[in-house]
Write a protein that binds this ligand. Sequence first.
Ligand code: GLA
Length: 376
Amino acid sequence: MKINKSKLWALGASVLIIWSCSNSEEVIPDLNVPEDEEDTGEVVIPLKELFEDYFEIGAAVTPQQADLGTAHGQTLRKHFSSITAENVMKPDALQRVKGQYTWSSADQLVQFAKDNNMLVRGHCLTWHSQSPDWMFYDENGDLLSRELALAQLEEHITTVVTRYKDDVYAWDVVNEAMFDWDPAGVIEYREDSPWYQMIGETYIDSAFVYARRADPNAKLFYNDYNSIFSWKRNKIYNMVKRLKDNNIPIDGIGLQGHWMVNTSEADIRTTLDLFRSLDVEIQITELDIPVYLSSDEPGATVYNDTFSFRQKMAYTMIFDVLLDYSDIITNVTFWGIGDDHTWLDQPGRKAFPFLLDEELNPKPVYFEVQKLVQNR
Ligand code: GLA
């Protein structure tokens, strides 16, 4: 029998209330928790082992974190089989000044991955954001010609992909090209992107061709957010179908996975079913689930039982779905390692979006996910 989800939420909420009322004589917990064990005595199975029969499990990282002399480096090596550069492979990081590439940070990440037997997802080659102005504008501030823009894009993609040929196994070739906040579904492409304004939508096609020429073996992805909403998933579907119909080399779709604790299971499943019909690989490329129900909810700086309950519900639902689609999902990457470092934090409002806490220890939600996988 399927349990109605809203009933589960209500049940959980009342359990939380009863628990907090009956908890007046608090037992002081034993703080000497043995390494690798939570106070429940549960053994931690590293994420990459937990999911090894299903998909690679990754994290977005900074160069400072990719260092075995740090807790972050040790955690990466223990839990993750794949890394993505949070920023240092973006166009403005690699080629801020035209013709002058700065490789050291990206090289460091790639070396860390090699030393520790991890895969690297390359992120990203073509994007309207975090790209240097010279890719878009001349010295008068006018948009470049289509020819010059394409030549520069080709040069950038060819240089970057060639350097990391055989080291980067999958590239986000184009990031966020589709328009959203458009429930009527009228506008297909993000028309405020300089790429679109200079070239039209075929800049997407060209980027994939340049990437394939530079590395015939890399997996080439289109990556976007809000992809599970009906209006956006249909646009992504149409665009990828167009590419495939025109023999443009695309291997997969990246769903960023900046989801919410109340994200709809049906939306995720419908999207995965739709994309499955395109015969492409799927990767969840930037997973994080902040603890709030909406942006209106007041912020907090301490992780509480309500947050924990919400995340248990959300993460177990999400991983249950992802496991159901593990024949097409090849990588699930978190957009960070632990709750100490996330783009979602604001002053007075922490997001706590991961399975590992601010000290990089497994949260209670981690053990729920672990149980889920073990029971399948
Ligand atoms: C997008 C980009 C990422 C990152 C996140 C948030 O999803 O693809 O590179 O910038 O936003 O920081």
